[in-house]
Design a protein around this ligand. Sequence first.
Ligand code: NAI
Length: 263
Amino acid sequence: MNPTEQHDTTVVVTGAASGIGAATAEHLAGLGHHVVVADRRANPAEEVARELTSRGHRSSAAKCDVADARSVDALFARVAEELPPLVGLVNNAGVGNLKPLEAYTPSEVDLIWSVNVSGTYNCLRSAAPLLRRNEGAVVNVASVSAVHPTRGEAPYSAAKAAVVALTASAALEWAPEVRVNCVSPGFIRTPLNDLLATNEEWLEGIRERTPAGRLGTPRDVAETVAFLLSDASAYVTGQNLVIDGGSALTNAQMDPLFTELLG
Ligand code: NAI
């Protein structure tokens, strides 16, 4: 894809009013797609779309709660009627929390499940006919917690593991017309983890445990998402690509000891 060329294509990014979604929307708009900045929060979504438009990109905002199937259906009906062909969907909207497993209330668990899993499912179902028609591609945003859970994120880890499985199922059912992949970010600095960002010592600890030697940025994820949506990954489907600077590679039981023995 020639980055300077304007394409007559649409990509929908959910949860695009903030963090990883906003960076992904910006990057994909820069590649020439009309980007729909879809988010539960209308005002910040409009701000992101306005900013992209002011820089000469094509973008529009859509208020959409991915956990509500009717809201999602309305979004894709509008895309079908008003916008260029849908060739990409980024299921990025997500919520998490941090507390002991038994301290989560049923409604907190429901929210985490309904946004991360049902939200992804709702968008896949509604977008399916458009993506099939246009031979599009999907990227779901899971988390490294899906495969390497941390303490305190039980419902989130389980929900993101479900997103990884959903990715494989959709890839199988929709091949060869539509490719469906998934990314699993490690720690990426966004408003989602503002709490951690207030403590420089904690951030330094994260840096030390990351072989890449730095924190991840929303742009790191955006670049990988763009690759998985593009023809450069034409033979890749059903995969979960971890974007964590190598942090999940460590064998925490033995690696610190071996590191010491190596001098
Ligand atoms: P963020 O909190 O900055 O942005 C999330 C966006 O999703 C917000 O704009 C929010 O309004 C929107 N959203 C929430 N519920 C929604 C709903 N029901 N319908 C539509 N939009 C909704 O978070 P961030 O960090 O940019 O996260 C994006 C994705 O990346 C999420 O799926 C998250 O779980 C995942 N992720 C983030 C990591 C990180 O370190 N920041 C690590 C691993 C995964």
